[in-house]
Structures are given as structure tokens and as C-alpha cells.
Design a protein around this ligand. Structure first.
Ligand SMILES: Nc1nc(=O)c2c([nH]1)NC[C@@H]1CN(c3ccc(C(=O)N[C@@H](CCC(=O)O)C(=O)O)cc3)CN21
Ligand SMILES: CC(C)C(=O)C(=O)O
Length: 283
């Protein structure tokens, strides 16, 4: 037995079983053996515990927290401090999953020194395992600088919600040849500079397939068709908690909005009618 070791970086004891932690190396190996990667967003401790326990490979502390958690119209207003708070809560719950934290709008664009500072704050203060940034060639210097600090970086191309005011809509991206060509070149660049993975959002399935086949790093799709290395969804969407958001790429696995509305209405009724609590439910 060694006097000192770092076992928690590779495995962790969980309910008397040794659990192998998901790493960037493992994600790469999953692509090589054609095992699809499952990824969902998580923003809080209780939800992250359920997702990790159910076997989700990658948890994304998405800046969609701006919409889903804070109720903003876009992802632009969420701050670095708020992202770190969400990430801390998620990391505390995780026993196995790889935790990727979105770098929020304004924390990395146009200044690689600011980008590095922001990424270091995320890693140091949240305990997350890597960061995700939106964009290609435009943010090359920021990504390289972050990577030189030993921080794993995931790219994000296609529909990039932090640029919503540049595009004006959430329609499918890279349908035109020129935009598709730029996306392919950006994907190559992201792999070449050392990103460990790439998210492709709302682009034609044939284009996503082509990128996933060419790249050796895992490509995770959302609205990018079946021929990529894994899938990601916003957890509130797939659980049916975000009523009214119904893009074609979304599959709902539960209708928790209805389940919760029913439970809460019955509680309200019981309180009003004095049937809760009973004598037995008191002291
Ligand atoms: N709840 C939630 N789910 C998400 O997937 C998500 C967020 N929030 N916030 C940040 C980004 C924004 N994303 C989006 C937003 C809209 C569409 C979309 O398809 N919207 C319309 C169509 C818009 C159009 O064609 O003009 C739809 O069909 O609902 C897709 C992804 C993905 N992300
Ligand atoms: C939709 C996913 C990929 C995302 O970036 C987010 O949740 O912020």
C-alpha cells in the first residue's frame, strides 16, 4: 500500500461498489468502441444526484440555467458567479459523471487572458471537470490559452444561443453551403487545438454525420440527428417540466409538469379542506 495516493481521480467508493469516474479519456474510448454518450444538463444538487445515479455519462451545467432556472429570455444575462454557484451544487452530487460547465457570455470572448481567468475560477471554485465555449475560429486564442492551463475544453458549434442577437432566430443552422463549410473548418480547428469534445446544435443530420465521422473526438448532438457520438438535452425539457418548448428534436420522457401540478393542487385542496394534516401527522 502506498503512503499516499489519489484514488478519487479514477474511482470512487459508492454504496460499497467501486465506481469508475467518467474522464475525457473514457469519452474518447467510448467513441472508438462506438458506445453512444449520454449527456443532460443539470443546475442543482437534487436533480444532479438523480441524473448521476441513473447513469448519465456527462452532466452539463448549461448556461440554459439563465432560461430554465432564472427565467430570462436568453442565455446572455447569467453571470460567471451564478454559473459557479450552479456548478458547485452539481459537483457536490456527482459520484460518476463528467461535469462540463458552460462559460457564460462575456467571460471569454475577445480576450484570452480574461478567458483563462474565468476558466480558472470555474475549475477552482466549482470543482467541475471541464468547460464549454461557443464558437470556432473567433475564439481560438481563448481556447488555446485555457487548454495550456490543463483545463479540458468542449466546443459548441451550429446554433450558438449566446449569438442569438446576431442571427435573430433559433432556426436550423448551416443549411447553406458556405455556413456548412465554415462549420466543418471550425470543427477541424477545435479538434486540432485540443478540444476533448464538441457539441453540435440544430444543424442538418447529414452535416453532423460528416463531422462526427471525420473527427476523432466525440461529437455530441442536440437536434443534429442520430449519426453523432452522443446526445444532449436540457433535462427540464426531456422531463416535461418546460411546457410550451416543443422543438422537433425534443423527446419527452415524462410529463412532470402535469404530475407536479396535480400533486401541488391536491396539497392545496387538503390544506384548505383541513384534511392535511391529521392528528397522526402531528406531535
Ligand atoms: N429549455 C431550454 N432548452 C434548450 O434546449 C435551450 C434553452 N432552454 N436555452 C438555451 C438554448 C436555446 N436553445 C434552443 C432554442 C430554441 C430552439 C427552437 O427550435 N425553437 C423553436 C423554433 C424556432 C424557429 O424555428 O425559429 C421551436 O420549435 O420551439 C432550439 C434550441 C437550446 N437551448
Ligand atoms: C443546449 C445545451 C447544449 C446547452 O448548451 C445549454 O444547455 O446551455
Amino acid at each position: 500500500m502506498e503512503a499516499y495516493s489519489f484514488p478519487s481521480l479514477i474511482t470512487r467508493m459508492s454504496q460499497h461498489k467501486e465506481v469508475k469516474l467518467v474522464t475525457t479519456h473514457q469519452l474518447m474510448a467510448m467513441k472508438q468502441r462506438q458506445e453512444k454518450i449520454s449527456m443532460l444538463t443539470a443546475y442543482d444538487f437534487s436533480m444532479a444526484k438523480i441524473l448521476d445515479g441513473a447513469g448519465v455519462d456527462v452532466l452539463l451545467v448549461g448556461d440554459s440555467a439563465s432560461n430554465v432556472m432564472a427565467g430570462h429570455e436568453t442565455t446572455l444575462p447569467i453571470t460567471l458567479d451564478q454559473m459557479i454557484y450552479h456548478a458547485q451544487s452539481v459537483v457536490r452530487a456527482v459520484k460518476r459523471a463528467f461535469v462540463v460547465v458552460d462559460m457564460p457570455f462575456g467571460s471569454y470572448q475577445g480576450n484570452s487572458s480574461v478567458a483563462l481567468q474565468s476558466a480558472i475560477r470555474i475549475m477552482k471554485e466549482s470543482g467541475g471537470h471541464g468547460v464549454k465555449l461557443e464558437g470556432g475560429a473567433e475564439i481560438k486564442d481563448s481556447i488555446i490559452r485555457i487548454l495550456t492551463a490543463g483545463i479540458p475544453v468542449m466546443g459548441h458549434l451550429g446554433l450558438t444561443p449566446q449569438s442569438i442577437y446576431k442571427f435573430g432566430t433559433y432556426t436550423v443552422r448551416a443549411k447553406e453551403e458556405a455556413e456548412a463549410q465554415k462549420l466543418i473548418e471550425d470543427a477541424r480547428l477545435l479538434q486540432e487545438i485540443g478540444c476533448f469534445g464538441l457539441v453540435l446544435e440544430k444543424i442538418p443530420a447529414v452535416l453532423a454525420k460528416q463531422v462526427a465521422e471525420e473527427l476523432t473526438i466525440p461529437v455530441i448532438g442536440i437536434g443534429a440527428g442520430p449519426d453523432v457520438d452522443g446526445q444532449v438535452l436540457v433535462v427540464h425539457d426531456m422531463l416535461g417540466l418546460s411546457k410550451g418548448f416543443e422543438p422537433r428534436f425534443l423527446r419527452r420522457y415524462a410529463e412532470l409538469h402535469d404530475v407536479m401540478t396535480d400533486a401541488v393542487s391536491r396539497y392545496v385542496e387538503d390544506v384548505k379542506s383541513r384534511s392535511f394534516p391529521t392528528k397522526e401527522e402531528g406531535y
